[in-house]
Ligand binder design. Structure first.
Ligand SMILES: [Mg+2]
Length: 370
């Protein structure tokens, strides 16, 4: 089998709001083959730039996009294709948007391989992978603590067992931060797991002040309290914090994860499969995490393609848990038809081969950027 064409599928809402919500503008990748099988993947980056990384025609050695590099290669050879993409983008890689964009291709290759084998991706990763993955609802903080209760109650009624709030007004004011967390705990009740995503807004001192204030509210993890590359700061914080520290959605290269795990000593590592190069490098990060005792939980705040890849990947992990974005964007909620369903706080996976995703043609047409 050979790859005939790699297609960048860029989608954007007609009106993009000034909020930290990546589901307003998304990039999918379709890998087409001469066998008529197509795989889908997702890139979590700056979509316009990533699209150019897929499509750029060749002008000189190393000056070309991923479509040029992988055309004609065997889609079953994930390792060979990853090596070719890394070598072929050396002039503008290896990290950043070059690596983010490789994720879309790699994810699509796993989708193709599942379809060829007649197996869901999780079984290719691990024959005894689980069929239901606990997930947590993930949203931004409302603007004020008074707005938290209504949103939290909706999640409880819908059957979520874990909820994460993040970004928004959290950061500059210690008292407001505590009020937000207290409002969430109060509305969720004692039995629903609560995570807090700080949105990289503090230094070690500021983060430890929050750890102390948040301690009575039973926080499962505190996410990205520091700048993503403050590895030493993470080391200091992780050693002193009574709340588990989560990080890793922003970095991309394996050596950056090694640093975050070995020096940062974080408790939960959050690779985004749409940024780290896809499922193939994701497997390496999971193995690294095992060596330091960190729990891998994928960051997944995108369309249903990323959600499906993340669910399949974590279903093959030791302690499965995935992020389930409840962002209201139609790109997050309506673009992808899934073979999985949400029930009782879990994503229940079926045996559809590959990632089990299809794009809704109407939603695709409505939001596709020409
Ligand atoms: Mg986050």
């Amino acid at each position: 089998m050979k790859i005939t064409h790699v297609e960048a599928i860029h989608l954007r809402l007609p009106e993009v709001r000034e909020i930290p919500d990546g589901t307003q503008d998304c990039l999918l990748v379709a890998v087409h083959t001469d066998a008529g099988i197509t795989g889908l993947g997702e890139v979590v980056s700056c979509s316009y730039v990533a699209r150019a990384v897929v499509e750029s025609p060749r002008s000189a050695p190393f000056r070309h996009g991923l479509a040029h590099i992988v055309r004609g290669m065997d889609p079953m050879d994930t390792e060979g294709i990853m090596a070719a993409m890394i070598a072929g983008t050396a002039w503008y890689g290896p990290g950043g948007v070059a690596r983010h964009t490789m994720s879309g291709v790699d994810m699509a290759l796993w989708d193709i391989q599942g379809k060829v084998a007649g197996q869901p991706v999780r079984r290719l990763l691990r024959p005894d992978a689980v069929d239901a993955v606990p997930c947590y609802a993930s949203v931004l903080w409302p603007d004020r603590p008074q707005g938290v209760a209504a949103s939290a109650r909706q999640f409880v009624e819908a059957g979520y067992r874990a909820v994460k709030y993040g970004w928004g007004p959290m950061g500059p004011d210690l008292r407001l931060d505590e009020e937000l967390v207290a409002a969430a705990r109060d509305a969720l009740g004692p039995r629903v797991t609560l995570m807090v995503d700080a949105g990289r807004c503090w230094d070690v001192h500021g983060a430890l002040a929050r750890v102390e204030r948040f301690a009575p509210y039973d926080i499962f993890w505190l996410e990205e309290p520091l700048h993503p590359y403050d590895t030493r700061g993470y080391g200091e914080l992780s050693a002193a914090s009574s709340i588990s520290i989560a990080a890793g959605e922003s970095v991309t290269l394996l050596e950056e994860y090694e640093q975050l795990l070995q020096i940062g000593r974080i408790h939960v590592v959050q690779p985004d499969l749409g940024r780290v190069g896809g499922i193939t490098p994701g497997q390496r990060i999971a193995a690294m995490a095992q060596r330091t005792g960190a729990r891998p939980v994928p960051h997944a705040f995108g369309t249903g393609v990323l959600l499906a890849a993340s669910a399949q990947w974590t279903a093959a992990a030791a302690a499965p848990l995935t992020e389930y974005t409840r962002a209201p964007s139609p790109l997050a909620q309506q673009l992808v038809r899934h073979s999985m369903r949400f029930a009782g706080g879990e994503l229940v996976l079926d045996d559809t081969p590959g990632l089990g995703v299809e794009l809704d043609p109407d939603v695709l047409e409505r939001y596709r950027v020409a």
